[in-house]
Design a binder for this molecule. Structure first.
Ligand SMILES: [Zn+2]
Length: 429
């Protein structure tokens, strides 16, 4: 990078007076000899002044109007003369500045530069609030499955097709997913062991939860007019505006902060599953996500493969559920949300089992693999679980029937864990 580029990147931070004395002096030296940087700085200062005024807005209508006017003028001139790099540099500043007020101001500026209407007196649209979900280079958020507030929380850091995932009820586990190469690196941070898992195509649909959200957003944008604006309400103590849309199989609700126009909560109803995304952070600086075994970890060479998850794996997980987690009876309900809760329970029971260690490792894995197969019909197929109160071994009772998406045949699993095709007329209610 040459001096001009280097200094140019520093201009926003310089304008905010947040550079070190050495850096400031470098910038000043360059400004004296570079008319382009000098004029950009001038422009930047105007915008920041406006932003500053905006951030101190009172209820005073007059001030409000004039600030809007000034922002409008400043950004109007910027739109023609300023490359997107200006937005990048302001964005970087937001991410690093400790001066919250200025960060808030800069957010307003960016919004204005990007043409987000609300700051110029218009209304927030669906297209405004979904922008960061589609465009952010990194997204950090929490995912909760089901409607139960006490459910385990999955925390995700997503950068392109790489995901770093932790789950609140499995404290020592870090999962790193590389969706392009269809691999997962599972790290046990307590035992310092690492293992690679093949995730195959299952990763495309069921393991990349935010991609599922993007997919439906794109679909909603293509057939415009199907998004309903919801009444303003309060979400996690913040005022929020909402939008809802979808198709017969999926519904998406996006709640956003009307001031920042950033999403604060997304609800994805897919099949019978309700997925909640919250605590979003967009374009936060995150630690690089890599697929190499970290220093100090031992690689476990067990061949773990989720890519071929099949009915037999689901059956195996139901057996584990009834035999090990419960006392020989099938659970009241199944689904990703229920599996997520039980994984921790199983984790506590496994060490006390009288089986070889190698089998113990496999048990947790088999249970998870069953969930992966379940997701194949949970996310879009038809299914019904009726195992509540049924004893393991009861060959007369259908505990689960399902029809995978795109398949014409129904399958039934009985209380003795035998599986067979079943005709639609014979499906139990
Ligand atoms: Zn320059």
């Amino acid at each position: 990078m040459n001096t001009h580029d280097k200094i140019n990147e520093l201009l926003t931070t310089f304008a905010l007076g947040e550079l070190s004395p050495q850096e400031s002096s470098d910038v000043e030296t360059h400004l004296a000899e570079c008319p382009q940087c000098a004029s950009e700085l001038e422009e930047l200062r105007t915008v920041l002044e406006c932003a500053d005024a905006m951030s101190r807005l009172s209820a005073d209508e007059q001030t409000c109007q004039s600030a809007k006017q000034r922002i409008f003028e400043a950004t109007a001139s910027k739109q023609t003369s300023k490359p997107p790099a200006a937005i990048e540099s302001i964005w970087r500043m937001i991410m690093t500045t400790k001066k919250f007020r200025l960060a808030a101001a800069a957010i307003i500026v960016i919004a204005a530069i990007l043409g987000l209407a609300p700051f110029l007196g218009g209304t927030v649209t669906f297209a405004d609030v979904i922008k960061p979900i589609l465009n952010a280079r990194t997204i950090v958020f929490d995912v909760v499955f089901g409607n139960d507030e006490a459910s385990p929380v999955m925390h995700e850091e997503v950068a392109g097709s790489l995901i770093r995932r932790t789950v609140s009820n499995i404290p020592n586990m870090v999962m790193i997913l590389d969706l392009d190469n269809r691999k997962m690196l599972a790290l046990d941070t307590a035992a310092k062991t690492a293992g690679y898992v093949e995730i195959g195509k299952v990763g495309d649909k069921t393991q990349n939860y935010i991609e599922g959200v993007r997919r439906i957003i794109v679909e909603l944008q293509e057939k415009k007019g199907d998004v309903e604006k919801l009444a303003e309400c309060e979400i996690d103590g913040r005022k929020a505006i909402g939008f809802k849309g979808g198709n017969p199989k999926e519904k998406l609700t996006v709640w956003a902060d009307p001031k920042t126009v950033l999403p604060i909560r997304v609800e994805h109803e897919i099949g019978q599953l309700h997925i909640v995304f919250k605590n979003f952070e967009f374009d936060r600086q995150i630690e690089e996500i890599g697929m190499d075994v970290p220093r100090g970890y031992t690689l476990d060479n067990a061949q773990l493969d989720l890519s071929d998850a099949a009915e037999q794996d689901l059956i195996e997980s139901l057996r584990i559920w009834a035999e090990i987690i419960l006392d020989g009876t099938f659970p009241d309900a199944i689904g990703t949300d229920h599996y997520m809760k039980q994984i921790a329970v199983l984790g506590q029971k496994i060490p006390r089992l009288d089986i070889p260690d190698s089998e113990k490792v496999q048990l947790g894995f088999k249970f998870g693999k069953g969930m992966i197969f379940l997701q194949k019909f949970e996310f879009g197929g038809k299914w019904h679980y009726a195992g509540k109160g049924v004893k393991l071994g009861n060959a007369d009772k259908v505990i689960l029937w399902y029809k995978p998406e795109g398949s014409s045949a129904y399958r039934a699993i009985y209380g003795d864990l035998k599986a067979a095709d079943i005709s639609q007329e014979n499906l139990p209610k």
